[in-house]
Design a protein around this ligand. Structure first.
Ligand code: MN
Length: 228
């Protein structure tokens, strides 16, 4: 087969303790999956359940890499999140078997142009320009569930320039990991290689050029990012 130009490299993520890489199919994200974050966004988590959006797979940024401050925003925000790596696909998965489809877990940052997100929200427009920009998805190496187990509780946190910004517990999630996988699989056929950003806790805030971000989830790699 010939192509009219070289096809782009397939996005992939490191696997902790392995030379093999995890080939990425799609990036799905959950919105407002922590009640305190939904409230800080001006929403009522009792009345509006979490929901899904997505980012392009080539928005991934490896751990330890500098992220350029993106254009068309003056309010770039961090969102530290647990990331679920799907190892076996399926559709309409029951909650009871959903974890059998999870390969492992990573730590990600759902970088957001908050000013564009609020403008889109007010106008009833899509979130793509707010969420799916280039280099908007820093992520650590994946730890396989065979090593770390399945995560349902434990600290999730982010510091910016050594100061605490976000801290919560995975048990604060409105939808648990198996509930997210099951629900998402009713909208899309899940495929091996899908990554799911599971939502951010409270404490999101603005970033500036030169900021140094360190974030984590108990049991997983530490995510280190600088904004340049
Ligand atoms: Mn998010």
């Amino acid at each position: 087969m010939t192509f009219v130009f070289a096809p782009p490299a397939a996005p992939s993520v490191d696997i902790a303790g392995s030379d093999a890489r995890f080939p990425v199919h799609r990036l799905y994200c959950v919105g407002r999956n922590y009640a305190a974050h939904a409230r800080e966004m001006g929403m009522d988590p009792e009345r509006e359940p979490p929901f899904f959006f997505s980012k392009p797979a080539d928005a991934l940024v490896p751990n330890g890499t500098a992220v350029p401050y993106p254009p068309r925003t003056t309010n770039l925000h961090h969102e530290i999140e647990l990331v679920v790596a799907i190892g076996r696909g399926g559709r309409n998965l029951p909650v009871a078997v959903a974890l059998e489809h999870v390969y492992g877990y990573a730590v990600g940052n759902d970088l957001t142009r908050r000013d564009l997100q609020f403008a889109a929200r007010e106008a009833g427009r899509p979130w793509d320009v707010a969420k799916g920009f280039d280099a908007s998805a820093p992520v650590t190496a994946i730890r396989p569930a065979t090593d770390v187990g399945h995560l349902s509780h434990g600290a999730i946190w982010l510091e910016v320039n050594g100061k605490p910004r976000q801290r919560a517990d995975l048990s604060d999630m409105i939808w648990s990991v198996p509930e997210i996988v099951a629900e998402l699989s009713t909208y899309f056929e899940l495929r091996a290689g899908d990554l799911i950003f599971t939502g951010t806790p409270e404490g999101v805030g603005a970033l500036e050029r030169g900021d140094s971000l360190v974030g984590g989830v108990d049991g997983l790699e530490t995510l280190r990012t600088t904004i340049v």
